[in-house]
Design a protein around this ligand. Structure first.
Ligand code: BYC
Length: 326
């Protein structure tokens, strides 16, 4: 199978008509749609990335869901509930986008609850204090925006279009997190300490969200050639740190990296080393909350079986009625 990355190896004459059309669409910044021909490897890569992304949104409801009953005011509770519901909605758009590639929702759910599928490392960390809601909104949703804005231009139509709506909502999420931290940082000494502690715990895992360093990222080169990804993991991570520094100053929090400093020559911030051993441990299922997150999802799936059965039965009866009328 030929991809744009291989084009130098294969002359245009050796390509099938379908491959030529696919390559031209990609080269001309046009979109690939579900009914278009696409290489198997392109389809597989998209199913992998979009389903992992959907799983991340669904598992990502848990760390914040943990605080809905304990939010400090009715207003905070309403905002947090709306945010967590938004994440569910993101998961559903993304499962639908993945389904256009030929995988079923049941298959994806089986992969998730059996522990075979990956989801973002970030959701395997605990949320012991209210300030974690601020740190998640500011750092985790902030990282998600930095990663997802370029995905709005992903070459696969249903993915790119889903991202446009998701990014609008993430932008609200990030501001609400920033505002929680700002309120705490204007409060008592204890509240300030709580906010700083949450930033200390979420900063490094939020940088790891962008994925392994470029020299250990097996999928990046091909995904960039196919214009699914537009920037490498390290490029987006760097851009994110550049966004955070001035925001941290406004908040009055310290970013917990003693090596973080502006470099006049590169025009970027130098930063310390991420603990990649910890990242790969979390990916292997050994993070602080992996088992708990998966167990909770599995139980929710089993307890929701009757809802799925009732909906399927209702749909079956409706279809019979429509057939009888026709
Ligand atoms: N965690 O070759 P690489 C949200 C995996 S949720 C776990 O660089 P790629 C929110 C990677 O999958 C938004 N696994 O891969 C929700 C690959 O594994 P396989 C979450 C990771 O795909 C609720 C292997 O490592 N965002 O915002 O080119 C509340 C090698 O990596 C991670 C997305 O899902 C990780 N952090 O690039 C609040 C974004 N990083 O499949 C907020 C969509 C890497 O080869 N995804 N891996 O075994 C992407 O943009 C890309 O898939 C990645 C990785 C940048 C994450």
């Amino acid at each position: 199978m030929t991809s744009p990355a291989d084009l130098t190896l294969v002359s245009n004459d050796e390509l099938s008509d379908e491959e030529r059309i696919f390559n031209e669409l990609i080269a001309n910044e046009q979109r690939i749609e579900p009914r278009d021909w696409m290489p198997d490897a392109y389809r597989k890569t998209l199913i992998r990335q979009i389903s992992q992304h959907a799983h991340s949104e669904i598992i990502g409801m848990q760390p914040e869901g943990n605080w809905i009953t304990r939010a400090p005011s009715l207003k905070r509770k309403a905002i947090l509930m709306a945010k967590v519901q938004d994440e569910a909605g993101h998961g559903l758009y993304l499962y639908s986008a993945a389904q256009t590639l030929g995988i079923t929702r049941d298959e994806m759910m089986d992969q998730l609850i059996s522990g075979k599928a990956k989801y973002s490392s970030i959701f395997n960390y605990p949320t012991p204090t209210w300030a974690d809601m601020g740190a998640i909104g500011w750092l985790v949703d902030g990282a998600a925006i930095a990663n997802q804005v370029p995905l709005c231009r992903a070459s696969y139509g249903p993915y790119g279009r889903a991202m446009v709506r998701v990014c609008k909502e993430e932008s609200f999420h990030q501001r609400q997190g920033f505002e929680i931290l700002l309120t705490l940082m204007q409060g008592s000494e204890e509240q300030k300490r709580m906010a700083q502690d949450a930033v200390n715990r979420w900063y490094w895992p939020s940088l790891a969200m962008f994925g392994p360093p470029d020299d250990q990222s097996p999928n990046s080169a091909q995904s960039m050639a196919w214009k699914i990804k537009r920037f490498t993991n390290d490029e987006l991570r760097q851009r994110f740190v550049g966004m955070l520094v001035p925001q941290a100053e406004i908040l009055g929090v310290t970013l917990p990296d003693p090596d973080l400093k502006w470099n006049d020559e590169t025009g970027e911030y130098d930063m310390g080393e991420i603990d990649w051993d910890e990242f790969f441990q979390v990916l292997r299922g050994n993070g602080p909350c992996n088992a708990e997150r998966l167990e909770r999802r599995r139980t929710a799936h089993e307890e929701g079986a009757w809802v799925r059965e009732a909906a399927a039965e209702y749909a079956r009866k409706q279809a019979l009625k429509t057939k009888a009328v026709a």
